[in-house]
Write a protein that binds this ligand. Structure first.
Ligand SMILES: [Zn+2]
Length: 189
């Protein structure tokens, strides 16, 4: 076969293949585009106590994490209870799943209720405690002191959670254990 003819034939085959691939992509593009529209994952929560602060905390999380949409409903996977003693704490059961206890003694000691709830919900979004004493970190918890009233995850915390929910359909969630909100620190003096 003359060289030009061979090149022409190769081009024809390649073009046919490219068109076939385009057709395939066009066919598969629609469901993918539809998926992007419903990207935010709904996580249902139930506040058996502190309902107004829990609603505020859910709004805070929704406003900072585009891939997340927390919605109040009975029998939610994030459950918020009041308790007295033992410390405010969360028992995570996966991404978007946790049993949370808000200790009235933490509130009596001066810790901000909304920050505590928002922090414990953070454990339900797979964030661990940092306890670094920095108020701009939601997951620093009670280590930032009672004067810290910040209930917002910082950009790093929010983007981490956002990435977890982005991959929610692909990767299974892994539980993360949280400590109590305000553990007792050994004195440094
Ligand atoms: Zn914690």
């Amino acid at each position: 076969m003359p060289i030009m003819s061979r090149i022409r034939k190769t081009l024809v085959v390649f073009t046919a293949f490219a068109i076939a691939m385009l057709g395939f992509q066009f066919f598969t593009a629609s469901p993918a585009a539809a998926d992007a529209d419903v990207q935010a994952r709904t996580v249902y929560y139930t506040a058996y106590a502190y309902s107004s602060q829990s609603a505020q905390a859910a709004q805070i999380w929704n406003s900072r994490v585009p891939n997340l949409n927390m919605v109040s409903r009975s029998n939610g996977t994030i459950r918020i209870y009041a308790t007295t003693g033992g410390g405010s704490r969360a028992y995570p059961c996966g991404l978007g799943c946790a049993t949370i206890y808000i200790d009235s003694r933490d509130i009596a000691a001066g810790h901000n209720t909304l920050r505590i709830i928002s922090h414990e919900i953070g454990h339900g979004h797979r964030l661990p405690d940092t306890y670094n004493g920095i108020c701009s970190y939601l997951m620093s918890g009670g280590s930032a002191g009672t004067s810290c009233t910040n209930p917002y995850p910082n950009s790093g915390e929010a983007s981490r959670v956002n990435s977890y929910y982005a991959g929610f359909a692909l990767k299974g969630p892994a539980p993360v254990s949280g400590g109590v909100y305000a553990p007792t620190y050994p004195s440094t003096s």
